[in-house]
Ligand binder design. Structure first.
Ligand SMILES: *[C@@H]1O[C@H](CO)[C@@H](O)[C@H](O)[C@H]1NC(C)=O
Ligand SMILES: *[C@@H]1O[C@H](CO)[C@@H](O)[C@H](O)[C@H]1NC(C)=O
Ligand SMILES: [Zn+2]
Length: 431
């Protein structure tokens, strides 16, 4: 290469690096505060503030439990008004993080370093977080490695035309139309432990088949590791704490809809979702106006006649959330679902002392409207429908270090496995 060619190449590389730097939201000087509401009044005040200030990221304020702390993430230029607001309401607060940037950067460096040894399509679930492309490459390799037991289907596309893939795992005995356990992950983009958990479950069922045979004797497992494909990609390439989809809204300032408020069963209640495009729980203009919601809906309906257990993996909160979200009344089969949740929570507490709360979403967490679990029970006729809020990690709860993956997914597998055993025991082998 000539000298001129070389310098042009170097210049291009430099420009590329600069544009990457600009694309990546580094959270420079973002502050994180922690608040502990002292009573029910302060709790409802926090809930109200969270609604009025959608661009400040209140994490967990709508929770009903009153011993829980709330974290708020704000950019530097808004710190003064946030603190003034807290002081005005006499809300005790504590500065937890003065600049989120080096922490986000350190985590990024950690997982990029871990991935240098990555040899696709093989992945080590415990050693790193993976991008959508890496996860899809891994999924696509499974039918070849497990020709009788793994099948991958492309069920649809995200708004930005990324493939949403579905893996079906069976025991290979050729029996068709077994009842189904359906698990999804990454409805919310920033909840990175969720796809890790989905991948870990896949590895347990495929690679550790011998010790988990009973789970596949009469049931097929259908697993969708990444529902919110665009949002998840965005958390890897642009903004680590993105939650929603990437489809523009009626407000040019605000992108994205919450898939978990966009489902067409009791959609649109103001208590439990928002009509404001800038809010994190924006429900969209119409039910299912997000391509990703349509794909997940189609997956649920496709399996609906055989759907015994729908499990949606989220983080964080250590809770097992059952329908309903939209109302404080309970579904008819609530006791059956509670028995399944109970089996999971008990197995976890025995294994690790991990504490889970469980019950209806509306009671344990807060009202939600248009969530996937209500739809799975109300429309897709799942026998048991459940959100699992995996344990918190990292600075904001959504961002565990790579070194925490193993502890979280092995503990959670104990619970998922125990619940599957209970589902199979209760609902048997007839579809
Ligand atoms: C916690 O909440 C419950 C129900 O809202 C209430 O009865 C109780 O007094 C609260 N406890 C504290 C310490 O705020
Ligand atoms: C769910 O069950 C009801 C009542 O049996 C039935 O009318 C409905 O068609 C079922 N839904 C689906 C999606 O199969
Ligand atoms: Zn979530």
């Amino acid at each position: 290469m000539t000298l001129i060619g070389l310098s042009i190449l170097l210049l291009l590389l430099l420009l590329l690096q600069i544009s990457l730097l600009f694309a990546w939201q580094d959270y420079k000087d973002y502050h994180v505060y922690e608040l502990t509401p002292r009573d029910a009044n302060e709790q409802s005040l926090l809930r109200q503030l969270a609604r009025e200030q959608p661009h400040w990221d209140f994490l967990g304020p709508r929770r009903r439990q009153n011993d829980s702390t709330v974290r708020v993430m704000v950019p530097h230029e808004e710190v003064a008004s946030l603190v003034a607001l807290f002081d005005g309401h006499r809300l005790q607060h504590r500065l937890l993080i003065e600049d989120l940037a080096p922490l986000v950067q350190a985590q990024r460096a950690e997982y990029l370093r871990r991935k240098q040894r990555l040899q696709l399509p093989h992945i080590d679930v415990l050693a790193a977080f993976y991008t959508l492309a890496e996860i899809n490459e891994y999924l696509d390799s499974l039918p070849e490695r497990y020709p009788r037991r793994a099948q991958v289907k492309l069920f649809g596309w995200s708004y930005e035309r990324r493939p949403i893939k579905v893996l079906t795992i069976s025991n290979g005995d050729g029996r068709r139309n077994k009842p189904v356990i359906l698990i999804d992950g990454t409805v919310h983009a920033r909840e990175w432990i969720s796809p890790s958990m989905a991948l870990y479950i896949i590895q347990q069922l495929l690679e550790h088949f011998e010790e988990n045979q009973e789970l596949l004797q009469d049931y097929d497992w259908v697993i969708v590791p990444v529902v919110n494909a665009d949002g998840y990609e965005h958390t890897h390439s642009e903004a680590r704490y993105w939650r929603k989809t990437r489809k523009p809204t009626s407000d040019p300032e605000c992108v994205g809809t919450d898939i978990n408020r966009n489902f067409g069963y009791e959609w649109g209640h103001d208590e439990g979702s928002s009509s404001l495009p800038c809010e994190d729980i924006y429900r969209g203009e119409r039910p299912f106006d997000q391509p990703e919601s349509q794909v997940l809906r189609d997956i649920l309906l496709h399996h609906s006649e055989r759907l015994r257990w729908y499990l949606s993996l989220h983080s964080f909160g250590n809770s097992l959330l059952l329908p309903w979200g939209y109302t404080n009344t309970l579904p008819n089969n609530y006791d059956d679902m509670m028995a399944v949740a109970d089996a999971g929570a008990m197995a976890i507490v025995h294994a690790t002392n991990g504490i889970y709360s469980y019950g209806s979403t509306n009671y344990v967490l807060y009202p939600t409207s248009g969530d996937t679990v209500d739809y799975a029970l109300g429309v897709a006729n799942a026998s048991v429908a459940m959100t699992m809020e995996l344990p918190a990690g990292g600075f904001l709860g959504f961002d565990p270090w790579v070194s925490h993956i193993e502890g979280i997914v092995t503990e959670s597998w104990v619970g998922v496995r125990a619940m599957a055993v209970e589902v199979i025991r209760r609902y048997g082998s007839h579809s």
